[in-house]
Each structure stands twice: as C-alpha cells, then as structure tokens.
Design a binder for this molecule. Structure first.
Ligand SMILES: Nc1ncnc2c1ncn2[C@@H]1O[C@H](COP(=O)(O)OP(=O)(O)OP(=O)(O)O)[C@@H](O)[C@H]1O
Length: 234
C-alpha cells in the first residue's frame, strides 16, 4: 500500500508560543482508516490543520500525494485542497446558502455542470436524513443538522482524503453510527479517512481502523499500528 501522507519530525508553534506539536512522524497508507485520539488540547485539530494544508509546520517535512507539501507554491494549494474533504469542528457552513447549496459547493467549485448536481446532492441529503431540510439555511438548522450538512459537503466530491474533526459530537448515537457508516463506505471506495474523536464507542465500530494517539503534542503511536480491542489502554 503506497503512502498518501508522510510527516517527518514535524513541529508546529503558533506565533512565538511554545511548540504545540513536536517531532511528529507518521505515514498514512492510501485507502486506510485512521482514528486520531487525545485529550483536549493535545493537538488533534492542529495536526489535522497541517494535514489539510490550513497551516504550515514550523519545522519538519510533510509529503502529500507524493509531493512536498511544505514548499508547495501558493498557487497549487487550491488544487491540493480540492483533493481533501474536511469536516470542521465548527462546521463552517455558508450561512446564506441553503443546505442543498452548501453541499453542492465542492461540485460547483470543481466545475461540475449544473445538470449533474441535483441528483448526487439529493442522494447525499437523503443519506444524512435531511431531505426535509433541503432549502433550510444553516442558522435555522440544529447543531446536529449543521454537522450532517458539513459531512455531506465534505464527502460529496469523493475526496482522496477525508479529514473529520469530532464529526459526531452533536448527533445522537444512531446518527453517529450512520455517519460512520458513510465514512466507511467512502473508505471502501478508496478514500483515506482520518477521524479525530473522543468517542470510543464509535472507534470500536471499525475494528480494521488504525489508531493515532496524541499526548501533549506528541504522537504516542507513530506507526499507526492496528489497535487493540477498545478499552482504557487505547
Ligand atoms: N490559533 C492558535 N493560536 C495559538 N494557540 C493555539 C491555536 N490553536 C490552538 N492553539 C493551542 O494549541 C494547543 C493544541 O490545540 P488543538 O486545538 O490542536 O487541540 P485539540 O486536541 O484539538 O483539542 P480539543 O479536543 O479541545 O479540540 C492548545 O494548547 C491550544 O491552546
């Protein structure tokens, strides 16, 4: 299995503060499924930001899709980012666009003809159980509904990598399982999936997933080796 992501001795500091990530080295295999865990403040969101190119590291090497992502010219960033679907912790939906139009955004940005948009967006709305809310704008949706729109938007373009930061934090256990199933389906189609979560119930649902664990800005399991059964030792 080729590696789609490689981090080597990566460090990150914000402005002049202390490093929030140190000596981060790992590889992600193309088409594999990863969970990223760690207590609050351990650096999960920061690591994901490096992964989806919202942040450059202060030191170290990052390769994405076989290319050096640290020295990537600015004009190539949008092309790289389109290959990565992101579910942000705070959703980041466009407030004046309907649920439909938020989900359609990645397709429109990629230049998919308008005639080919309604069907996949409709299917995705059905998948996340939001057909009734097709025309609703984000401020009128509940937290869980917004989260589902954010997930649908992240996966609709069949990204090569899907990065999700606490993607089931606002939904009930049934919906969490359904969304995880969506990630799994996408993963089975070849997308490399990275999910940051505190939810060990969710983790136990995907036995073939690899575990990555952060503690105070350091990766405890740099190999991302297959995890042991769910339990305190995770
Ligand atoms: N933009 C920023 N500027 C300065 N410090 C930041 C910034 N973002 C995060 N930090 C700091 O970096 C550290 C790691 O934060 P991060 O959000 O990556 O952790 P996390 O594991 O995702 O936490 P949580 O589970 O609470 O979301 C924290 O000490 C945080 O205060």
């Amino acid at each position: 299995m080729a590696n789609i992501v490689q981090f080597e001795n990566v460090g990150l500091r914000y402005d002049t503060g202390a490093e929030v990530l140190s000596d981060i080295s790992f590889t992600l295999g193309t088409g594999a499924f990863y969970f990223l865990t760690g207590s609050s403040g351990a650096g999960k969101t920061s690591l994901l930001k490096l992964l989806y190119l919202a942040q450059r590291p202060s030191r170290g090497m990052i390769r994405l899709f076989g290319e050096d992502a640290v020295t990537l010219p600015r004009k190539r960033l949008p092309g790289f980012r389109r290959r990565i679907g992101v579910v942000f912790q705070d959703f980041r939906l466009v407030p004046h666009l309907s649920a439909f139009d938020n989900i359609a955004l990645p397709l429109r940005v990629a230049g998919v003809p308008e005639a080919e948009i309604a069907e996949p967006v409709g299917e995705m709305l059905a998948w996340v159980g939001l057909q009734e809310r097709t025309h609703a704008r984000p401020p009128t949706l509940s937290g869980g509904e917004q989260q589902r729109v954010a997930i649908a938007r992240a996966v609709i373009g069949r990204p090569e990598i899907l990065v999700a930061d606490e993607p089931t934090g606002n939904v009930d256990p049934d919906m969490a399982e359904r969304l995880l199933h969506l990630f799994e389906s996408l993963n089975r189609l070849g997308t490399t999936v990275v999910v940051a979560t505190h939810d060990f119930q969710l983790i136990s649902r995907i036995p073939r997933a690899h575990m990555m664990r952060l503690d105070k800005g350091r990766l405890l399991d740099p190999t991302g080796s297959l995890r042991h059964p769910a339990g305190p030792g995770l």
